[in-house]
Structure formats: C-alpha cells, structure tokens
Design a protein around this ligand. Sequence first.
Ligand code: PEP
Ligand code: MG
Length: 571
Amino acid sequence: MILHGIAASAGIGLGRVFILRERGADYAAVRYSGRDKERERLRRAVERFNEQTASMAARLGEQAGAEAADILAGQIAMLADPFLLEQIQEAIDGGSCAEAAADGVLSQYAAMFDNLEDALMRQRAADVRDIRARLLELLLGAEGTDLGELPQDCVLTARDLTPSMTVGLRREWVAAILTAAGGWTSHAAILARAMEIPAVLGIGGLLGHVRDGDGVIVDGEAGTALLHPDASAWEAYLARRETWLIHRERRRSGSGRETVDADGKRYRLCANIGSPAEAAAAARAGAEGVGLFRTELLFMNRDGLPGEEEQYEAYRAVSRAMEGREVVIRILDAGGDKAIECLGMDREETSLLGLRGVRLCLDRRELFKSQLRALLRAGAERRNIKIMLPMVTCPEEVEAVRALLEDCKGELATEGTPYDGDIALGAMIETPAAALCAGTLAGVCDFFSIGTNDLTQYVMAADRGCAALEGLSSCLQPAVLRAVRMAAEAAKGAGIPVGMCGEAAADPRMVPLLISWGMDSLSVSVSALGDVRAAFARWTGAEARRVEEEVMGLTSAAEVERCLRSHGPGQ
Ligand code: PEP
Ligand code: MG
C-alpha cells in the first residue's frame, strides 16, 4: 500500500513504524481548590514551562541549529502574552480548575489560528497545541515522551510532531518521519530538514493505516510511504538510501568543499575578488575558483594607469593562487558609479548610461589592448583564465573584442611571448538588451555570467545607489526574475555555461530559483561561501522546480518575497 503526502524533507528512509501517541491530559478527577490556589498552581506551571522550554531550546539548538531552537523560544513568548494569561485566570475565577481553564482557552486559540488563511499563522496552531499539552502535563505532574529511547531505524509516526517532542531525539536512530498533519512550512518539516531526516507529512488518515512495527519505506522526495514492502522493493530502496547517505555525509562534513543540492547535483561555487591578495583568502575559504575579479580596482585611487606588466603580474598571481581552478577576470568596468580619475573621463561619459564597461574599452583601444595582452599572457601558465565583458548590449561588442583579441594574439606570437590561444570570452548579462537578445548573444559567447546588481538597476530603471528606491531595486522583482530566467534559458539552449555573480547569488532565498534555472556556477563574496553552500544542500531539484513555478506566477516582489520566505529555511 502506498500512502501519499507532502514531500517535506528529502531522502530515503527504511524502517519500522513507531507511533508517537498523543500525551494524555485527563483532568476529569481534578477538583477545584479555590481561586487563589488554582491561580498559584497555574503560575507555578507557567514558570516551570518557561524553564523547561528554555533548556529544551538550548538542547534543540545543539541538535538542529538555531532556527529550530527559535521555534521553541517563540513558545515562551506566546505564553507570556498577558491577554492570554488573563483569559485563563478569568476562567479560573469563574470556577474552573487550572487544567480546565488552560485547556479551554488554549484550544480556542488553536482553533482560531487553524482557521486563518496564512500558512505561517496557521502554523501557530501547532505551537499552541504543544503549549497546551505540556502545560497540562506540568499541572497534572505527568511524564513527557522521551525520544532518547527510540528503537533503532524507526520511522517516527505521529499525528503531528511538535518541537518539544523532538528534543533529545537521536537523529541517527530515526530513519524517517511520517505525520498526518503539517505541510512544507510546519515545524515538523523545518525540524526534519534541519536534522536531514526524510519526511512525508500531511498524510490523510495516516494513523488508521499503520501499526507499530509495520515495515515502511519513506521517499521524502516523492512524498510517499510504501507500507509492507516486498524484498525486491526493500533492496532497491536500500541502494538508493546508501547513495543518499553518502551525499548527506559529504554535505555534513563539507569534505571536498563541494556545493551540492539534496539530489547530489554539483554547482561550482566561486568567489568575487578585487585583488590578488583576496584570491589567496578565497582559496583558503574553499572557493572552487574566482567567478569575478573586478579589475577596475587595480585602476582606482592612483595617479597613473597600471601598465601591461603590472597587470600581467596581478592576473598571474590570481591564476596561481587558484591552482588551476577557473579564474574569470572582468575587463576594466569603469564609468557609471565606478569613477576612475586617471582615465580623465568627462561627466557625460561617466553617466550610468554613458561610456561604461566594454563601451569604454572599445573606445580606448590602446589601453584595452594592454589589458587583453596581460590576460592572454597570464593565462599561458595554467590555462585557467577566462575573460568577461561587462555592460554588453549587443553581439557586435563581443565580436569587436574578439577581433582585438586576435590582433593581440598575433602580436604576441610575432614577439614569441607565450599566451593562452584558447582563452574563453564571455559576457555579463547585466543590461535588459543582453537579456532580451540572450539567444543571439549566446551564439558569440563562450559563457554567460548574470550580473544581477546592474541588471536590476537597468531593468527597473532604478539607480542602485539611490536608497529611496530600495523596493524597486530588489532582485525579487518579477521583471528581474524574468530577465534572469530568459538569459539562463538562452545559455542552456545554446549549450554554453551560465553562472551568476551579482549579489543575488549570495541570497539564500534565490537558491530554489537558481537550481531550477540550471545555473552551473555562482560567484559570491568570500564571507558568503559557507552560507550559500549550506543553502544549496537543503533543496532537491523537484522541490526547487515546484517553488519556481509558484514564484513565476506571482506579480509583485512582496509576494515573491513572502512565497520564498514561506518555503525557505528562515520562516
Ligand atoms: C553586477 O552588476 O551584478 C556585478 C556583479 O558587477 P558590479 O557589481 O561590479 O557592477
Ligand atoms: Mg555590474
């Protein structure tokens, strides 16, 4: 028999059902001992609840991270709501024992949250029910469930799994989690993902179908639980579980510093740098290459321009620091917000829509040739340098640079100077024109790198330096997302690699979109490498595509933000 539910946490789990029964809260025999005594009983129970919850949060934090711990800490804040406590006290004053008063008021609250539209608010119902169950336990002096004593390889099965239930849970003993309640954003889902335990939630009628000890195979990606599997299914899934466990171990230990999603698909995670010294730091931090070397920084704050020799030394140093890993070096991106005094540009030239990036380079050919020669020479040793053009708007610009590159190669060959004859040439996609004509551009480029900082600025016609335009300057604007998707699709269609080096690549909310658009590489600041690597590990391709489909149907950045937050780890 196959049960279907919500695929809440990826992975394969094989084991035996262990049903977590709801804790009893039978207070029928409790007698009302008067207003003051019942109030005092309530006060002590709340005090004990707060102490217990704080220490549970600390334990959960060690097991499953700060995000899971915050869920429990939030329960203390909920119970501290004076209005809620007042209502319980009023029920006591009206003649109810503390148990009946707490049960009545908290059940009402849970029902109220259950009926709300917003999934995140509905999630609060599970918190209130958890608070209610534990408060009743404390009032009645009953024991809680100890998940430290679970049988090995059990498939934890419950109506719902609350954060307090999971404290002490030894994740290596739990093969998977099944619940009747809950969805992608429920606490059970967050906890399962944080602990990397496969989970299928929201299975209708779950507890009517299973019994303790039943054999079950849980597929946390397909959202299925196969009950009473035969030997051949068991064997097939055991092999899949082995592969998944290897990937999980690799992710946990960070071995090889690979960036992989929950399917085990690899992405190249590179660093954005501004100097050769930063390249060494990037290599130490585990960058798999340099995805953007902003060479304009070599030209800034000085009286004269750096010559070919000085540039050659700098580019070769970066190439060496990365020891054969790919190094994408962007040609001088001056103009706009990047003022370079020693270039002597006039006001009109430096405007945001003026002689920027590749336009300026093609205008000052001698200066540009010295950079191209330095790049060709620096690439000779390790052959790991690629050249990237900023501010591209049409194929002619790329073709003009190619022609200049050929001239430089010819000169170097005549001189007998070693150079990389196969050096790759790619374009940044950071103007609307480049995104709109990405298909044509892909025909003349060896790779694309999407520069979301400028792409957002130009698509939204919102100066990236203007604080008042923050809302418009968001990479989550539907227009920007469409432009990015367009560029990625064009690259895929032409069979060239596509990466992202704008700030959006370091935004964990973007990860499901980047995965489903087939990004091959990302380039982020050195400090963001670890977070981005961890964010990718949380997503399978199928989950990412589901979210992408939802996001691309939305019409505002606020909606997109809300949607990604509700699916992401931060909700
Ligand atoms: C971009 O525009 O997204 C980008 C990476 O380049 P910069 O921020 O240097 O303009
Ligand atoms: Mg840019």
